[in-house]
Design a protein around this ligand. Structure first.
Ligand SMILES: Nc1ncnc2c1ncn2[C@@H]1O[C@H](COP(=O)(O)OS(=O)(=O)O)[C@@H](OP(=O)(O)O)[C@H]1O
Length: 174
């Protein structure tokens, strides 16, 4: 990869990311154990299984430490997965600026589709019809035991704080 390569990284709340990841696996393998049981190495002691990829991927600060061995931070744009949903044009504005492009994509290109529950394009490329992302994006997540969710929030907090500090952006995942 060229040294000047720019990287665009979309990050979302690591707890929601883990549940989303699990939801995707569940859709392909309905017989897998529950999210709650996969989360812990030992449920009694509350020891989290950081070797489970769904959990491990969300430790963004650790991954960023490795990427920074190869790329300067100025070459990486961190896009908020949450703002990509609440304000897609705003987030894509940042992407266009980062790439040195004219701001072509604006608010005018999106509408909120109530059925999908997500923003969609008013017109797909090369078509006059609206376009939403497919069925595999924006799936309903299973209900997860709130105690487990809280335990994961506590687990990720220090890594999230470190990540905010490293990127200079507060993603508001608390
Ligand atoms: N506009 C719009 N429409 C639908 N979905 C949207 C949109 N913007 C962001 N998202 C979020 O994208 C999540 C899926 O993206 P992934 O990066 O996980 O996709 S991938 O399956 O790994 O390729 C997907 O995660 P889930 O909600 O867990 O399915 C969405 O929350």
């Amino acid at each position: 990869m060229s040294k000047g390569t720019k990287l665009i990284v979309v990050v979302r709340d690591p707890v929601t990311r883990a549940i989303s990841d699990y939801t995707q696996t569940l859709s392909k393998k309905p017989d897998i154990p529950t999210f709650e049981s996969l989360t812990f190495k030992n449920r009694t002691t509350g020891l989290i299984d950081t070797s489970w990829s769904a959990i491990q991927i969300g430790i963004y600060a650790k991954h960023l430490e490795n990427w920074l061995l190869y790329f300067p931070i100025g070459q990486i744009l961190f896009v908020s997965g949450e703002r990509l949903i609440s304000d897609p044009a705003g987030e894509l504005g940042r992407v266009q600026d980062f790439l040195g492009l004219k701001r072509i994509i604006t608010d005018k290109h999106f509408y909120f589709n109530k059925t999908k529950g997500f923003p969609c394009l008013k017109k797909a490329e090369g078509s006059s019809k609206p376009h939403c992302l497919g069925k595999t994006k924006g799936r309903t997540h299973p209900d997860i035991d709130q105690e487990v969710v809280q335990r994961l929030r506590d687990f990720y907090r220090p890594f999230n704080m470190k990540f905010y500090q490293m990127t200079g952006q507060d993603f508001g995942w608390d």
